[in-house]
Design a protein around this ligand. Structure first.
Ligand code: ZN
Length: 121
C-alpha cells in the first residue's frame, strides 16, 4: 500500500495521540502500521523493552516526502526521521540531519553517555 505524502500536509489540531504534530507524523505512523520503517526501539540484553510501551521507528526522508512536509515538519530529503510512541500512546516525530545525530540524541535521551558519534569521538 502506498500513501501519498501530499495528503498529509498541515498540522493535527484534534485532541489525541497526534495533537499538535505535523500531519507528516500521521503519514509515517500509518506506514508503520503497514509494516514499513526500521524498528530501533532500544531493548535490554534479555530482549525486554527499556521502557514499557515505548516504540521508535526509523525512516529516511525521500524527495517526495520532503517536498510535501518540508514546510510543516522542517525536514529535508535524506534526513533521518524517528517516530516515537511513548508508553501513554502519544506519537511524535523527531528529525535529524544524519544517523549520527539521531544516535547521539538516543543516548542522551536515555541518559547514557554517547558511544561515539562523530561529534563525541
Ligand atoms: Zn555523541
Amino acid at each position: 500500500m502506498t500513501l501519498n505524502p501530499q495528503d498529509y500536509t498541515g498540522h493535527v489540531t484534534a485532541p489525541g495521540k497526534f495533537e499538535g504534530e505535523a500531519r507528516a507524523t500521521l503519514y509515517y505512523y500509518e506506514l508503520i502500521m503497514n509494516g514499513d520503517g526500521e524498528d530501533i526501539t532500544p531493548q535490554h540484553s534479555d530482549g525486554e523493552p527499556v521502557s514499557e510501551g515505548l516504540s521508535l521507528v526509523r525512516f529516511v526522508v525521500d524527495g517526495e516526502e520532503a517536498a510535501a512536509f518540508g514546510k510543516d515538519a522542517q525536514i529535508e530529503c535524506g534526513d533521518i526521521v524517528i517516530i516515537l510512541e511513548d508508553g501513554l500512546g502519544f506519537v511524535s516525530m523527531l528529525a535529524f540531519a544524519s544517523d549520527d545525530a539521531a544516535e547521539h540524541w538516543m543516548y542522551e535521551w536515555f541518559g547514557q553517555p554517547c558511544k561515539g558519534c562523530l561529534a563525541c569521538a
